[in-house]
Design a protein around this ligand. Structure first.
Ligand SMILES: [Zn+2]
Length: 193
């Protein structure tokens, strides 16, 4: 999960009756770089993705067509979250606050920062979007392993070649890349940032 910026709603008229109108959905997809706003999985690789209500419409019917309450998510995060939302203890909304204030990355795993109840609630299966679900850890670990392999192979290169390869790895931590929070942490540990 990374900090996101909410764009303007391009089609206010459609939003009044259709919270997932294609004009508006397209902009929300771009805003989270075609990734789930919670788990950073690329969504359109496997299906069309969902526009979901950050505060569920079953509990907040008045927010069904509220632009600030919509986001692009994968089916897994949407499924986990739907009936668990607790107004007194909401999960992290990456459009409103920086997840890194609440979450720390340990390799392919996420942990909550000291004293962050919100981080804990967000990560755990029973209360949030289960950011340490096995399938996600596997995908994040694959990404880490691939990059570590490249970094390891660089050790054999002469300095200028090594520098060129390491420089070309840096964009892998950019926000449009899958699991960028993990990659950013890895590159920092490896001194490539
Ligand atoms: Zn997700």
């Amino acid at each position: 999960m990374i900090k996101l910026s909410r764009p303007q709603c391009p089609n206010q008229e459609a939003l009044r009756t259709n919270y997932k109108h294609p004009d508006n959905k397209a902009v929300l997809i771009l805003a989270s770089h075609d990734k789930c706003m919670y788990c950073e999985s690329k969504v359109s690789h496997t299906y069309y993705g969902d526009i979901e209500h950050i505060k569920p419409k079953s509990k907040f019917p008045g927010l069904e067509f509220d632009w600030g309450n919509l986001g692009y998510v994968c089916a897994r995060c949407n499924g986990y979250k739907s009936d668990k939302y607790d107004e007194a203890n909401p999960i992290l909304n990456p459009y409103d606050e920086d997840p890194e204030t609440h979450i720390v990355v340990l390799g392919a795993f996420f942990a909550h920062k000291d004293n962050s109840t919100k981080g804990k609630i967000t990560i755990e299966e029973q209360s949030g979007v289960h950011l340490n679900r096995p399938a996600l850890i596997e995908r994040r670990q694959d990404r880490i392993n691939l990059l570590k392999k490249v970094i390891g192979a660089c050790a054999k290169l002469e300095d200028s070649a090594k520098e060129a390869v390491l420089e070309s790895i840096k964009p892998e931590a950019e926000e449009d890349k899958e699991y960028s929070l993990c990659v950013k942490a890895l590159l920092k540990t490896e001194g490539i940032d």
